[in-house]
Design a protein around this ligand. Sequence first.
Ligand SMILES: Cc1cc2nc3c(=O)[nH]c(=O)nc-3n(C[C@H](O)[C@H](O)[C@H](O)COP(=O)(O)OP(=O)(O)OC[C@H]3O[C@@H](n4cnc5c(N)ncnc54)[C@H](O)[C@@H]3O)c2cc1C
Length: 362
Amino acid sequence: MIEKDVVVIGAGVAGLSLSKMLEKSNIDFVTLEKNYSIGKYGNRIINKEIFRKLDMETDDIIRPIKKMKFYSPSEIKISKESAIERGYVINLRDVEKRIYSQIEDKKNIALNHAVNGIDLKESIVSANGMEVKTKIIIISSGCVNNFESIKNSKRVLCYTKEIPSEDDITVILNNEIAHGFYGWVIPLSNGNIEIGFGSDRLGKDISKASLSEMLYKLPYLHKYKDIRPLRELGGFIPTSIITPMSGENWIKIGDVSGGEPMMGGSIHKCFDEAKLSFDLIKRMLNGEIRSLDIYDNIWGNKIGSDIKKQESIRNLIDSSKNTEIDRVFLSLVDKEIEGEGLINNIFKNIITNLQKIKARPM
Ligand SMILES: Cc1cc2nc3c(=O)[nH]c(=O)nc-3n(C[C@H](O)[C@H](O)[C@H](O)COP(=O)(O)OP(=O)(O)OC[C@H]3O[C@@H](n4cnc5c(N)ncnc54)[C@H](O)[C@@H]3O)c2cc1C
């Protein structure tokens, strides 16, 4: 059995961000990752703040974001443009590789080590026949995990296709087809776009063919039906928060503890949680605190309030009929969308008006 001060389980954005911080502080740790290599393919949108926090470089930008349009179920359009870049389309693979490249001693990231047992009481983690006795266990294994001791968060399955075409960033709301989520278009480099959608109606038993059929049922995406995809992907997004997130000797960070229910801010959540847990790890190893279970409270004060706000926004959209969403879009179509941001401000305007419409139904 080997001994470490900290064991991190999973080398996604959350685990890698934390690993980088631990290495910089000369903390004795190992990160166990089940895959053979770092970097999972998938297009993501991030804002400038998280781009900077992750020490990303301009090479990593697939596209800057200045424009955004939203479609209602009946294809009523509202849009917003900004004179300056509001965020970037990047690839998750490049984010993970960038953080990994900044970790100097690669021996600290043990690839091909699938964790198959976590003994929280004895503080032992087992992976591929190896056992690590540790003071602190950080679980950053994402939202698809099979640990008995860890409850999965509610998840939404997303399905995407990359096709050769041109478009702007687009969000398509439709509660009948994509209940619980929405469809989207993300422009990539080289004249390709990603089209996709997610819904809590999508379960494991749905075939790829029917996923594809559902994708094109969103009216705006129908026009892309006959274009041969270059790539098809699926993935899960967590949509609820799972508590407790911490105990005496452990903390869950990133998607494993759940996620922001909309607006795709999860990479942000991963980084912020890595930083929060890092501060507590240092205090624990310095003998300032005896238990990590204060993490839940600290998380609630710092990040939780934002997520709770998003959760109520999400519930409001989920509980709305397509006709109600259409009415809101109609009322916004000729108006200036208030606020400086793009995606958040459009959502904020839709929500304020949905609340008004629901308060005085037709
Ligand atoms: C289609 C889609 C679109 C998205 N769009 C956006 C977006 O636009 N903006 C945004 O900010 N976020 C977006 N997200 C979410 C974002 O990608 C995630 O929140 C983030 O990447 C999660 O990182 P993580 O480190 O928590 O988990 P993961 O990336 O899942 O990493 C967990 C790691 O743990 C490893 N692991 C799992 N089990 C074990 C085990 N037993 N032993 C060892 N290792 C293990 C896995 O191999 C994996 O590498 C999107 C997600 C999807 C699916």
